[in-house]
Design a protein around this ligand. Structure first.
Ligand SMILES: Cc1cc2nc3c(=O)[nH]c(=O)nc-3n(C[C@H](O)[C@H](O)[C@H](O)COP(=O)(O)OP(=O)(O)OC[C@H]3O[C@@H](n4cnc5c(N)ncnc54)[C@H](O)[C@@H]3O)c2cc1C
Length: 369
């Protein structure tokens, strides 16, 4: 079953292909040929990047891994990067990003599949749809891999991994890739999670650590007898030499802010690489209540600390959006007046300009055009 609209969009890659050029010379338009090809198998789209789901595996009570076999348009992915997943729900295409959640494929991997792991989000549209409606044999839309949370060419000899919740996915893929490639450095992997049953890749990580003496894994449970959360004292107890290590960080925004603040306090920002699954939170000192005037003339109220996108969603608006982190540009729109802070760059800009709703926090009243 396909979870995508059959309406094809023109793709530059198609026109560059010799077969396409030959077909056009004899009067076949790509969209026409594609219509018939997709009837045979929707994953064979000549125009769009798509993937067949070849396996689905439950990782925990609320997370599932999907093994995907992309079609011929796939250009590959590096550990730590993410892909766009497009699914059609009630006639509307929704896009979200998901990180590669296992080691990079090697040249010997003939199947050339990739794996993503999706945690259900309360009230979340796409994560719940993937869990409840996507199974083996289905075809979903993909968007090319992207992201700069990748391993450096020269990997430092001592690593510290700090992850929480589903933030384990990109870093698990980095660590598994490193170990596959024979990395000899020392890795301290510290994962923060509610309870033992909530651990994504719990057994896989334990098995990796059993095979590789240079990997040590520690679980910090927030629920139970000894409730443990990240703090300067807590991490010092867990990993005595943590300040000497190059750190890889991914998890919910609050957890990441606490880690980043401490790394800034100890002047180790250069030794911290991180990935947000959503936009960074609005800094308390920038947070203001503001009035947003929409293109329709309707005015909505923005609560201090919200992005423009959060506020529009909370007010029942349905703007187009995707990754909620400034990656996909789906929520780009015109601002005709007012000033906003870009949460990724920290830059404040005013006046008429294109902005991304998901990473824009107003610093004055704003009008969208
Ligand atoms: C680079 C990157 C990598 C990622 N990698 C992973 C990964 O490996 N694994 C993973 O599980 N996730 C990952 N994510 C997160 C993922 O892309 C989705 O954001 C996540 O699955 C939630 O999507 P959703 O459609 O289920 O939730 P959404 O529908 O987008 O909702 C998200 C939250 O907003 C709330 N919300 C939605 N609509 C409204 C509304 N109208 N009013 C008020 N609140 C509302 C929901 O209740 C929910 O709490 C990644 C994100 C990025 C940017």
């Amino acid at each position: 079953m396909t979870h995508l609209s059959q309406t094809a969009t023109w793709s530059a890659t198609w026109t560059q292909r010799p077969l396409a050029r030959a077909a056009q010379r004899i009067g076949f338009e790509p969209a026409g040929i594609n219509y018939f090809v997709e009837k045979v198998n929707p994953a064979w789209s000549l125009l769009q990047l798509r993937a067949t789901v070849v396996a689905v595996r439950e990782e925990t009570h609320d997370s599932k891994s999907f093994v995907l076999k992309p079609n011929m348009h796939w250009q590959g992915i590096s550990a730590g990067q993410h892909v766009g997943v497009n699914v059609e729900i009630n006639g509307v295409i929704h896009k979200r990003r998901y990180s590669l959640s296992r080691a990079e494929a090697t040249d010997a991997d003939a199947a050339k599949t990739i794996q993503i792991t999706v945690k259900r989000v309360d009230g979340g549209l796409v994560s719940n749809y993937l869990h409840d409606h996507i199974s083996e044999g289905d075809v979903i839309g993909l968007e090319a891999a992207d992201g700069d949370f990748v391993l450096p060419a020269e990997v430092p000899s001592k690593l510290l991994v700090l992850t929480a919740g589903s933030g384990i996915t990109p870093v698990f893929s980095q660590v598994a890739t490193l170990l596959n490639e024979g990395y000899q450095g020392d890795i301290e992997f510290v994962h923060y999670v509610r309870t033992e049953v909530d651990r994504i890749f719990g057994e896989q990580l334990e098995a990796l650590a059993a095979r590789h003496s240079n990997l040590s894994v520690q679980w910090c449970y927030s629920e139970g007898e000894r409730s443990e959360h990240f703090s300067a004292e807590q991490i010092a107890q867990r990993v005595a030499d943590y300040q000497e290590r190059h750190a890889l960080l991914c998890g919910p925004a609050g957890f990441m802010e606490a880690v980043r603040e401490h790394w800034s306090d100890i002047d180790r920002n250069d030794a911290l690489a991180f990935e947000y699954f959503g936009a960074p939170p609005v800094d308390a000192t920038d947070a203001i209540n503001a009035s947003i005037t929409l293109k329709t003339g309707k005015q909505i109220h923005l609560n201090a600390g919200e992005t423009l996108l959060d506020s529009m969603l909370a007010n029942g608006e349905r703007p187009k959006y995707g990754c909620k982190r400034g990656v996909c540009h789906e929520c780009k729109c015109r601002k005709t007046s007012g000033a906003v802070k870009n949460l990724l760059t920290g830059k404040v800009t005013a006046g008429e300009e294109d902005i991304q709703l998901c990473i824009s926090a107003p610093v004055s009243d704003v009008t969208l055009g």
